[in-house]
Write a protein that binds this ligand. Structure first.
Ligand code: NDP
Ligand code: PYC
Length: 338
């Protein structure tokens, strides 16, 4: 059977994404930051949040829903609070510009928050919490999206796919990281099911009449569902609150109204938290971080999968061998260059 995928090196992935974004007018610093996160998604085997994100970004750009060149403004808002005004541009550059202040404040105060406002968030969150954890800090990230998800027990879209990501520094080796939507699947994953004409697992969503279905196209027209029933639903509500009203920014309902059918990236805020274990624990930090290692060992020693190990394995493989991208997607992306 013919393989309908093409192998690209990571440099080629980065170059392709950067060329498309540059061709469509994105300022160089944004091009670099956006290409970095999409390449990271592709590198780590996250099909829905690699090059595929270009489709959502291009919808934002073509509909004039995103600033192409706003320079993020970093504000020292309070002792433990950094605020970054993204000016309606894509989020990755705002995160990049705010990170040093977040890290500095977490080291000074012990716990710091960064509110990123007025950003178009199209990306995976793991690069952000991983970057925080590589500074020796515990990191959290939350952002609402578009109102695509019904609350548990309901059938009408109200909540976003609202991801939660967490990073934990490990004394040796790569940080422990997890990063997932609070809906049963990310929207991107659902879109991939529709593109490939694959049924979804049960529980991902309902059609426009509220009837459970495994037809991705019907769910896209109906409502997605939270993971884990009332538990995922409550976590999703939490994300709406802490990365919406708490930081003075949009909810997923506001964001989809702004989008007005453009199918662009959600507009709104993101909340990041960083905790310094050395501040929390003083001289006891190494001892207690070692205790955390025992928990990780307890997971893997029984054959269970520790989140992030797959990611780092995929990363090493991609760095050595490149990545395989569906030709259909590459054709669409290359067509954006003309
Ligand atoms: P998944 O359901 O694929 O879950 C991914 C996470 O769960 C990873 O941390 C993964 O670890 C871990 N994991 C997966 N399977 C297992 C397992 N069997 N055992 C242990 N751990 C496991 O992710 P989603 O589809 O929900 O989200 C995909 C991406 O979409 C995320 O990066 C998210 O940030 C992004 N997203 C962004 C939004 C935005 O508004 N910007 C909105 C919604 C989603 P590992 O990495 O090791 O595989
Ligand atoms: O996959 O749900 C998603 C998503 C929304 C914004 C970026 N990704």
């Amino acid at each position: 059977m013919m393989d309908d995928r093409e192998r690209l090196t990571l440099d080629e992935v980065h170059e392709l994404v950067a060329s498309v974004l540059t061709r469509h007018g994105l300022a160089p610093a944004h091009v670099e930051a956006c290409a970095d996160v999409m390449t990271a998604g592709e590198r780590d085997g996250g099909g829905s949040h690699g090059i595929f994100r270009l489709l959502m970004c291009m919808n934002s750009i073509r509909a004039g829903k995103v600033s192409l060149d706003a320079e993020p403004v970093v504000e020292d808002a309070a002792q433990g609070i950094v605020r970054v005004d993204a000016g309606g541009a894509f989020a990755p550059l705002a995160f990049r510009r705010g990170l040093p202040a977040l890290v500095q404040k977490a080291r000074e105060v012990g716990l710091a928050a960064m509110a990123v406002n007025d950003c178009c968030h199209f990306a995976a969150l793991f690069p952000e919490v991983e970057a925080i954890a590589r500074e020796g800090l515990v990191g959290f990230a939350f952002t609402p999206s578009h109102a695509w998800v019904a609350p548990a027990g309901g059938s009408r879209p109200l909540l976003g796919t609202n991801p939660i990501a967490f990073g934990w520094p490990r004394p040796a080796g790569d940080p422990f990281v997890f990063d997932f939507a609070t809906s049963a699947s990310a929207r991107g994953e659902l879109e991939l099911h529709r593109r490939e004409d694959r049924p979804t697992p049960p529980g991902w969503g309902v059609d426009a009449s509220g009837t459970p279905t495994t037809d991705a196209a019907e769910i896209l027209e109906g409502a997605m569902l939270p993971f884990g029933g009332h538990k995922g639903s409550a976590l999703s509500l939490m994300v709406e609150l802490i990365a919406g009203p708490l930081i003075g920014d949009l909810t997923s309902v506001d964001s989809i109204a702004y989008d007005a059918g453009a199918k662009g990236a959600p507009l709104g805020g993101e909340l990041l938290l960083a905790i310094d274990p050395s501040r929390m624990l003083g001289d006891g930090a190494p001892k207690h971080l070692a205790r955390a290692e025992a928990i990780f060992e307890g997971v893997v020693s029984q054959g269970a999968r520790l989140p992030s190990l797959r990611r780092y394995e995929a990363r090493r493989k991609s760095e050595a061998e490149g990545v395989l991208i569906p030709r259909k997607l590459l054709d669409e992306v290359r067509a954006m260059l003309v």
